[in-house]
Ligand binder design. Structure first.
Ligand code: SAH
Length: 345
């Protein structure tokens, strides 16, 4: 299957030239695709015959809106998209004062196995194509009628476990002839796949790297994040320091506060020790209760934050959006897979 929307402009042009078309058609088609055209018939500056040929050779696979939930609390919108092969993924649109942010998925499911996360319960089904990541941005924007200025790769999946497709997506969404969203408006979150972080450091992209830390000591981290058995947290801290040296970009660490597991004072002290020499930022996340998980939200978020701050580490408690609509990773998709009813939109 020819996936035109995952191609760079020069590749679209080459594909069209191979079909006997002049080069300028490539730019036209690229531009339509990246404005979110849903059919070749919308591409009114193309000759009818070419539109028919494109429909036949490279049909557009448009995701269908399977479900949408809107938070009564804060207007957060959660989208469940059905892909052309029947798989479902989630995107979330959040309205922040600095702009509308869409959180997208990078894989169907996830194979990282974090013990507190709903996205990974049934494992990974497949990687998403660059076009399927773009579709989430474009169609969430279109449906919500809210212009998207920021993107976070923090939905279902591990972006660094699908790095080639993610890098291509970044190139496309950042392209001046495409959506032209600046790298500084994009965040990517990883559970800590070290070769991937090193590759990002080499590329020196201006995006914001978020690292899902969740515990500073190997023993705790291995219990809640199996990835720690492959890439130990001490090496993770080293690579984060390298990343900062190379890019000069401050890393943001995500820390879901779990009662009695990672909320002890000594863990705050250890974080401070490990971050010495780089300007880390801790994002303390009140744990979202996932029905299938034995973990409970910590009652020490404030105390932990103060302890970090006493060490000179900036720590903010993430405002939880969409708490009434299962807006945290993978929860809506799980409901759909189980055929359960979600809360009404
Ligand atoms: N795989 C990437 C992208 C997922 S981002 C990563 O691990 O970073 C989603 C963020 O939400 C991660 O920091 C993840 O650890 C966190 N998360 C998952 N389940 C959660 C829950 N139940 N409560 C709070 N945060 C959770």
């Amino acid at each position: 299957m020819v996936d035109l929307k995952s191609m760079l402009p020069e590749e679209v042009t080459r594909t069209l030239q191979d079909m006997g078309e002049p080069a300028f058609r490539g730019k036209q088609v690229f531009s339509w695709l990246h404005q979110g055209a849903t059919s070749f018939d919308e591409m009114t500056n193309l000759p009818k015959a070419l539109r028919e040929k494109l429909k036949e050779h490279c049909p557009l696979q448009i995701p269908q809106l399977a479900r949408k939930q809107v938070s009564q609390l804060d207007g957060t919108m959660k989208y469940l998209w059905r892909l052309s092969d029947g798989n479902c993924i989630e995107s979330v649109l959040m309205q922040y004062h600095h702009g509308n942010t869409v959180c997208i998925s990078s894989q169907v499911g996830c194979r990282m196995g974090c013990a507190f996360c709903a996205s990974t319960i049934a494992g990974k089904v497949r990687d998403l194509q660059p076009s399927e990541m773009l579709d989430q941005v474009q169609f969430t924007q279109r449906d919500s009628k809210l212009p998207v200025s920021n993107i976070v790769l923090m939905g279902i999946g591990e972006p660094l476990d699908n790095l080639d497709n993610v890098l291509r997506f970044l190139q496309l969404v950042n392209h001046p002839d495409g959506m032209n969203i600046g790298m500084r408006h994009i965040s990517l979150s990883t559970c800590g796949i070290l070769p991937g972080i090193r590759r990002l450091a080499e590329l020196n992209l201006q995006l914001t790297l978020s690292v899902s830390l969740h515990a500073p000591d190997g023993e705790t981290r291995s219990k809640i994040m199996p990835v720690n058995r492959a890439y130990d947290v001490n090496d993770l801290f080293d690579v984060c320091h390298e990343y900062f040296q190379k890019t000069g970009r401050r890393i943001s660490f995500e820390y879901a506060m779990i009662d009695g597991v990672n909320d002890n004072d000594w863990q705050a002290d250890l974080i401070a020790k490990k971050l010495r020499g780089m300007p880390g930022h801790l994002n303390l996340i009140p744990l979202n209760d996932v029905v299938e998980s034995p973990f409970k939200p910590s009652k020490r978020v404030g105390a932990f934050q103060k302890r970090l701050e006493r060490h000179g580490i900036t720590a903010t408690v993430r405002r939880s959006l969409g708490g009434d609509i299962d807006a945290s990773c993978g929860q809506l998709r799980r409901k759909e897979m189980e055929g359960k009813e979600g809360s009404p939109s």
